[in-house]
Design a protein around this ligand. Structure first.
Ligand SMILES: Nc1nc2c(c(=O)[nH]1)N[C@H]1C(S)=C(S)[C@@H](COP(=O)(O)OP(=O)(O)OC[C@H]3O[C@@H](n4cnc5c(=O)[nH]c(N)nc54)[C@H](O)[C@@H]3O)O[C@H]1N2
Ligand SMILES: Nc1nc2c(c(=O)[nH]1)N[C@H]1C(S)=C(S)[C@@H](COP(=O)(O)OP(=O)(O)OC[C@H]3O[C@@H](n4cnc5c(=O)[nH]c(N)nc54)[C@H](O)[C@@H]3O)O[C@H]1N2
Ligand SMILES: [Mo]
Length: 646
């Protein structure tokens, strides 16, 4: 018998889709997008439509692995694996204190139950050492909090009221494909779509105007637009009343001519003009990508974009706003208190782990992350982890990080997840429910913590099932709106606590109650030219993978795509070295004449053990605010393989 079952995708993706699984004799045979989910609208992304390859892959982990005396990861029983982990954690805690244990969690599952269970477990055991900062969106969130007092978005459906939509550093076709139907609708209604991105990616095709500044040239571009706005008197009549710092922005923008700012940004003046006009002719919504802020001046860039919107009157009114992030946790309460022994900075993790003293970190537990491939300076992250006494990784495949662990515990996949979920690209809430039974020797993260809590004598750790955790974690503010667990189990609901028009009435939760505009500009608006390493390494999302999780194995060696003139004479298809000041990768060169001559694209998520991780040649560097990772500021060059290794 064929049955259709519904669940919600728990991937680290803004769309949080409703998936319809076709199940036959206990096996999922097809995955489809749910027509009833207002954002999913009946289709799945490439990654998830291919997920059955991963679900039924022969390389899926189906039993715990423990490193044996010869150093080989060998299959073990759950009892043996958990007894070993419990015994080692107990000894390390007794000898060095709980701060010697580090819990690292990343975005492999955005499920709230997994997040809460891991936090609560390590609070009860410790509190232990945890991470701080955010490799993904640290800078952008901090920027918006500084400007507006909170980092959130209005309703996605407000896009229908926008006359202009600016996609600023946002590759929707790849990273949030469920925005495409909304953008198509907007265009059909006559809205204008403007893109700003150094890369003419697939999203460029749906833009009426597409501006390609040099990587990191956005601050200079914003300054050009400010200069035009001020010259034409296009600031909103109430700008001085709703913003603090308007005059400083005016002074900053007047430091150069529009022409000079455009040269610095490497755009034409008419392109800056088109942006200024779009902001003047509002309501205009700016959708800001997460990647753009992964730069040394990333916070400043987002703050400049916020300021453009605020000064031209595009904040706090319908059909307008600067959308960076939707507060996905707003509807939930966590049973964890946030207590910890000390934090280590995520984007600098390798060094921070090596440097930690009194006590040194002796044990690391990894939940839903692959830091070796996904954090910058992979070699250092690898070395830092491999030199600990105990590394435990919970995952469903042998990632670069799991490969170096002492214990690997096999867990559930997104089709087996039992979870509570929000989204960071819209305001719908929902639950994931297993659409298929998990393999016999696989446990959810929650069950793993429960089994360990028992061994460690943490008797207060809740023993009830995922559904009980979900019920406890719904904010009490939801029930008066009729949003209960039963209601969510029947299908997604729009978060009733989220604003339709954010900052309606132009009231901002900042100290002044107004938008607090940025006041400082880095020298040359942050633009630097590096003649020795002329290319910017753009290790951006590819439709084919979710970070390091690929449906089909990624190409080996990694592919680098450059303008033919920037290929150092290497032909399309030829092998070469891609070098940064940190290291080099062997790569296969691809030509694309539509690219700028100063960029090199390597897909995000290549594997370290294959020599294909962009992070192996990316320095660990912080963003200006928010302790994000300046991943995209890496400078590289291509060279022939014959060259002697450095
Ligand atoms: N298929 C797929 N989807 C994903 C992911 C994935 O790995 N694969 N990852 C998910 C995750 S974790 C996240 S956080 C989001 C990521 O979402 P995004 O951060 O939007 O990620 P990308 O698609 O990498 O797009 C980043 C865009 O920023 C542009 N950019 C880079 N530097 C600059 C700059 O200086 N100025 C401007 N204007 N633009 C710049 C890049 O060219 C690129 O088009 O997507 C999620 N969705
Ligand atoms: N060079 C470069 N580096 C980047 C980026 C970039 O654009 N360029 N993007 C950055 C961004 S935006 C992000 S968010 C990070 C992502 O970094 P990570 O979150 O580390 O990325 P993934 O490779 O998706 O690793 C998640 C792991 O969780 C596992 N997993 C899935 N479901 C579960 C579950 O239910 N439980 C457990 N325990 N594990 C599970 C997956 O199998 C996978 O191995 O990478 C960052 N790194
Ligand atoms: Mo991310």
């Amino acid at each position: 018998m064929v049955e259709l079952r519904r669940t919600l995708c728990n991937r680290d993706c803004p769309d949080a889709c409703s998936i319809v699984a076709k199940v036959e004799a206990g096996r999922v045979v097809a995955l489809m997008g749910d027509r009833e989910h207002p954002v999913t609208s009946g289709f799945l992304c490439h990654r998830t439509s291919q997920f059955l390859r991963t679900q039924y892959s022969p390389s899926r982990l189906l039993a715990p692995l423990v490193r044996d005396r010869t150093g080989t990861l060998t299959t073990a029983s759950w009892d043996a694996a958990l007894d070993y982990v419990a015994e080692r954690l107990t000894a390390i805690k007794r000898e060095s204190g709980p701060a010697a244990i580090f819990h690292y969690k990343s975005g492999g599952s955005l499920g709230m139950v997994t997040a809460a269970a891991s936090e609560l477990f390590f609070e009860a055991l410790g509190p232990v050492t945890v991470k701080r900062g955010d490799i993904c969106s640290g800078a952008g969130e901090a920027a918006q909090e500084a400007d507006f007092g909170v980092c959130d978005s209005g309703d996605l459906e407000e896009l229908a009221l926008a006359r202009n939509i600016i996609l600023w550093g946002k590759n929707v076709a790849t990273s949030s494909p469920h925005l495409l139907p909304l953008l198509d609708d907007a265009r059909a209604r006559g809205a204008r779509i403007v893109g700003v991105d150094p890369l003419a990616n697939r999203t460029a095709k749906l833009c009426d105007v597409f501006v390609q500044p040099r990587p990191g040239g956005d601050l200079a571009l914003a300054m050009a637009v400010f200069a035009l706005v001020f010259a034409r008197g296009w600031e909103a009549p109430d700008a001085a009343g709703t913003c603090v710092g308007l005059e400083q922005v005016r002074t900053m923008a007047s430091a150069r001519s529009v022409r000079e700012w455009c040269l610095l940004a490497d755009v034409r003046e008419d392109e800056a003009e088109a942006l200024a006009r779009s902001l003047h002719d509002g309501p205009t919504t700016i959708l800001v990508g997460w990647g753009m802020a992964r730069r040394e001046h990333g916070g400043a860039i987002v703050r400049a974009v916020d300021a453009l919107a605020a000064i031209t009157g595009n904040v706090g009114v319908r059909g307008a706003g600067v959308s960076y992030y939707f507060r996905r946790r707003r509807a939930f309460v966590s049973p964890a208190s946030g207590a910890h022994a000390r934090p280590l900075c995520e984007p600098l993790l390798g060094q921070e782990l090596l440097d930690a003293k009194e006590p040194p970190v002796r044990a690391v537990w990894v939940t839903a992350g692959n830091p070796v491939a996904m954090l910058p300076d992979s070699a250092k992250v690898h070395r830092a982890l491999a030199s600990r006494e105990l590394v435990v990784v919970v995952d469903s495949w042998l990632s670069d990080t799991a490969s170096l662990a002492h214990v690997v515990l096999p867990t559930t996949t997104l089709l087996e997840a039992d979870e509570l979920l929000g989204a960071y690209g819209h305001h719908h809430l929902g639950v994931a429910q297993p659409v298929v039974e998990r393999p016999a020797h696989v446990k959810s993260d929650l069950e793993i913590f429960q089994a360990l809590a028992e061994r460690l004598g943490l008797s207060d750790f809740p023993k009830d099932d995922a559904r009980a955790w979900k019920a406890r974690m719904l904010s009490p503010e939801l029930a008066p709106h009729g949003v209960t667990l039963e209601r969510l189990e029947a299908g997604v609901v729009k978060n009733p606590l989220a604003a339709t028009t954010l900052f309606h009435g132009k009231v901002f939760p900042t100290q002044s109650g107004k938008v607090e505009l940025f006041r400082e500009l880095p020298e040359d608006a942050g633009v630097t030219i590096d003649l020795e390493y002329p290319l910017s390494l753009m290790s951006v999302s590819t439709p084919k993978s979710q970070s390091s999780q690929w449906a089909k194995a990624p190409p080996r060696p990694a592919e680098v795509t450059v303008h033919p003139d920037a290929a150092s004479g290497l032909r399309d298809g030829e092998l070469g070295w891609l070098e940064s000041r940190l290291g080099r990768l062997e790569v296969r060169v691809r030509h694309d004449a539509a690219l700028r001559r100063d960029v090199a694209i390597v897909p995000k998520g290549g594997h370290y053990r294959d020599g294909a991780a962009a992070n192996a040649i990316t320095h660990a560097r912080l963003t200006d605010v928010g302790e994000g990772g300046a991943l995209y500021d890496e400078r590289v060059r291509l060279s022939r393989r014959a060259r002697a290794p450095r």
